[in-house]
Design a protein around this ligand. Structure first.
Ligand SMILES: [Zn+2]
Length: 286
């Protein structure tokens, strides 16, 4: 064991993987819908214990929403209905992840620095990434966000090179509420060889903490927020539905000329009536 006050700092543990501090540039949120089809069955014998299957879950649709750390990015949700809903959903998730990676390959040049930022850079004594002091005569480099072009601070050259998004390796997770208890069964049953390699972190033989298909990691938001989605949504105030508002505003922009004055009540009403799933399936949806 190194002694306290060791000259080379071996008595301290430091966080060195500074690239892990980067915000994920893209994340997908998704959900699958099923209809419940009744199963015809025989009456079990009343004298013995038995299990009777009375419903069959048939996937009928899905929705994917992509969110970026760059707020200027907006894409309307990707919705699909019909047969082979889960297979189509997987195709769309993988295609979307590939589009996101292509988007990241386009590096935005750094914006012109303000006088204040220039002064901050000229007088910087420490690297803003690793917090270590610049050595005597060493000059920091200007680090900027490749997605937005915004200046972030003065950094060591090495830190600057590490602190960047690698478009080919970047993780683009897909978050689904109650994935572990429901959607995972549908997704894994529908995965085909062309979707790519499957790896998973299992809880047991039937449930998985998370799994990866073709480079996209599926995670369960229910493991972080243990409440039904409607309860979680009820905790939000109307001004916190930012993404819903952006979507509704984009719809208005396409369909209406009175874009500049979208009334909250009207938007809420439209949201409730929006046909995410066909009306005929509304009553039977899971
Ligand atoms: Zn540094």
């Amino acid at each position: 064991m190194p002694e306290k006050g060791d000259e080379k700092g071996r008595d301290q543990v430091r966080f060195t993987k500074i690239e892990y501090q980067l915000r994920l540039p893209f994340i997908m949120y998704a959900d699958l819908e099923s209809i419940l089809r009744k199963k015809s069955t025989c009456e079990p014998a009343p004298t013995t214990s038995s299990t009777t299957q009375h419903q069959h879950h048939v996937p009928c649709g899905s929705c994917i929403y992509v969110k970026s750390s760059d707020n200027r990015f907006f894409q309307t949700p990707i919705v699909n209905f019909g047969e082979d809903a889960v297979e189509k959903f997987l195709d769309q998730v993988l295609a979307t992840a590939s589009e996101c990676r292509q988007y990241l390959e386009n590096v935005i040049p750094m914006e012109q620095l303000t006088q204040e930022q220039l002064h901050e850079f000229d007088t910087a004594t420490h690297c803003f990434l690793c917090n270590k002091e610049f050595k005597q005569g060493e000059k920091g480099v200007k680090d900027h966000d490749h997605l937005t072009g915004k200046y972030r601070g003065a950094a060591h050259n090495k830190c600057n090179l590490n602190y960047r998004i690698k478009a080919k390796d970047v993780k683009i997770p897909c978050v689904i509420h109650n994935l572990r208890g429901y959607d995972a069964h549908l997704i894994l049953s529908a995965a085909k060889p062309h979707h790519g390699e499957i790896t998973c972190i299992p809880n047991n033989m039937e449930k998985y903490c998370s799994f990866t298909i073709g480079g996209v990691t599926f995670i369960d938001s229910c493991q972080f927020m243990m409440s039904p989605l409607d309860k979680l949504a009820n905790n939000l105030s109307p001004d916190q539905f930012r993404e819903t508002r952006r979507y509704l505003e984009s719809m208005y922009r396409e369909t209406s000329s009175h874009v500049n004055n979208v009334d909250d009540m009207q938007m809420a009403e439209d949201y409730r009536n929006h046909p995410f799933i066909p009306p005929t399936l509304n009553e039977q949806q899971q």
